[in-house]
Write a protein that binds this ligand. Structure first.
Ligand code: PEP
Ligand code: MN
Length: 330
């Protein structure tokens, strides 16, 4: 069984290298496509990654997915140097190279220095849009290099953690994660954001940090709302932003680790309705160390979270108003 698999894999990586060259896809995008092809052949993702890792090692460093040597590595401290706090806007998901480029250009024109855009979306329902995946990576990389945008994306598995290295500067672990994955994320040299799950307990949130004890100065936490009896639910608002939990978590982090870990707010996923996003963000401006907010060139046409994304054309005004609230409150 082993030999045919490897031959098949080597053949597909070879073919993909040619496709990658022809379409100027980066090698790791081709590798990811190879993993997907193996998945279609009936292998689990873990098996495909294992096979591929084996192949990569036996084939020298040709396809090694890693940071290019000239790549700047950011730190949470650098991100936090945006005063009064960093505000990272961008689409819920990368939908196509064109959409990513349009979002990036418009955000840049609107004064943005950073952009969020996710590659794959973990969805509760299989048939909903799952994110465009690696096809948007060259566009994100272009925006990073040519528009000087610091790029942020959610990573959901080891493959994505690795393949995102070329184009994503800061990663975050979504509110739905597998704890086993945190061991791999903790080894990544990039800043890592940890989104708190809407149903997690304060203890579980603190336990999350134990995975990052060796690098606590390079993580940040993201509060994105919790389930409560007062969350009206869609279409009136999705969750309740837990500012009380943010305060107590801050105290408990100080007690346990004697340090400050930035706690950001994601008002978009907390309230789920675009008209509430700025008021919710302003309400949290005295407490939050940063904001992750969804902006899309055509929000009503967005393939995911259309109801909550703000138009990229409003980024400048949003940032101005939120910073004003932050300066008044801090
Ligand atoms: C997101 O930021 O796009 C996202 C899916 O967030 P959450 O995991 O908080 O729902
Ligand atoms: Mn979203």
């Amino acid at each position: 069984m082993e030999r045919p698999i490897r031959e098949n894999l080597e053949q597909s990586v070879e073919d993909l290298e040619q496709i990658a060259d022809a379409e100027s896809l980066r090698p790791q995008a081709a590798v990811t496509v190879a993993v997907e092809a193996l998945e279609q052949d009936g292998y689990s993702r873990a098996e495909a990654v294992a096979l591929l890792a084996d192949h990569l090692q036996s084939d020298g460093e040709k396809y090694l997915i890693d940071l290019p040597p000239d790549r700047k590595l950011y730190t949470v401290a650098e991100i936090q140097s945006h005063k009064p706090f960093p505000i990272v806007g961008g689409p819920c998901s990368g939908e196509s190279p064109e959409q990513v480029l349009q979002a990036a250009r418009e955000l840049k024109e609107q004064g943005a220095e950073m952009m969020r855009v996710s590659l794959r979306k973990p969805r509760s329902e299989k048939h909903k849009f799952q994110g465009a995946g690696d096809v948007v990576m060259p566009a994100i990389d272009w925006a990073r290099q040519n528009l000087d945008l610091v790029t942020f994306a959610e990573v959901a598995d080891v493959l994505e953690l690795r393949s995102s290295r070329r184009c994503i500067d800061v990663v975050w672990v979504g509110a739905r994660f597998n704890p086993r994955f945190l061991l791999d994320v903790a080894e990544d040299p990039r800043p890592v954001g940890l989104k708190l799950a809407p149903g997690s307990t304060p203890e579980a949130n603190l336990d999350l940090l134990t995975y990052f004890e060796d690098r606590l100065d390079n993580v940040f936490i993201i509060e994105r709302g919790i389930y409560t009896p007062r969350s009206p639910g869609e279409p009136y608002a999705r969750y309740t932003l837990d500012t009380t939990g943010m305060m107590s978590m801050r105290t408990r982090i100080h007690e346990r680790y004697g340090q400050h870990i930035p706690i950001w707010v994601d008002p978009s996923h907390a309230v789920g309705m675009r008209e509430y996003v700025l008021p919710q963000a302003k309400a949290a401006a005295g407490l939050a160390d940063g904001f992750l907010v969804e902006f899309h060139p055509e929000p009503t046409e967005a393939l995911s979270d259309a109801r909550q994304q703000l138009p990229t054309s409003e980024f400048r005004q949003f940032k101005k108003e939120l910073e004003k609230a932050g300066r008044a409150l801090n």
